[in-house]
Design a protein around this ligand. Sequence first.
Ligand code: OGA
Ligand code: MN
Length: 203
Amino acid sequence: MLILDSIAEALATQGWSVVKSFVPPDLLRELGDEALALLRTGTLRQAGIGTGQRARVDPEVRGDRTLWLDPSTATRAQRDCLDALEALQHTLNRELQLGLFDFEGHFAAYPTGSFYRRHRDQQVGASARVLSCVLYLNHAWRAEDGGQLRLYLEPSGAEIYRDVLPEGGTLVCFLSERFWHEVLPATRLRLSLTGWFRQRAVV
Ligand code: OGA
Ligand code: MN
């Protein structure tokens, strides 16, 4: 499939990729409706930072609310989306030998004004998360709405970045270990399905 090959190509050359229309419009709308319903019923929970004993909630670092997807109870729309990501996983393993082995993902909602400060998705010393993927679920997002994903292109974290608008259907992928990034505040609710392909942990 062309779109999967173009993601593989971009990851091979630059370590990150942005494509539009990763899933069909109907599926996108269903996923957006589900995320919104989960937010409204209070099923999405304030996301934390850190792990183990140092895990805590701090809206000054991270203001999104999330719910992990469970493949065994996934709705049809969630299943279709996980299938599309699995097809991507196979292409990347075939073309780039990334050894991606499973996927952990969640719905995320950033209420108006919330953000996620600059970070990387891999904890120091942990090697399981290889590729970060974000599929945006918003309709008709405009630049004035804010909420960009700011992806720092230099591993050093230097101020060279690419801003990605969280427009529905856009899929961003980047190597989890390499890229610093942040979510800028938005003037409206910002929805996504975000996840990580992992390698088998080395023990
Ligand atoms: C994350 C993250 C980016 C985005 O959840 O770790 O960086 O654009 N999300 O939502
Ligand atoms: Mn992140």
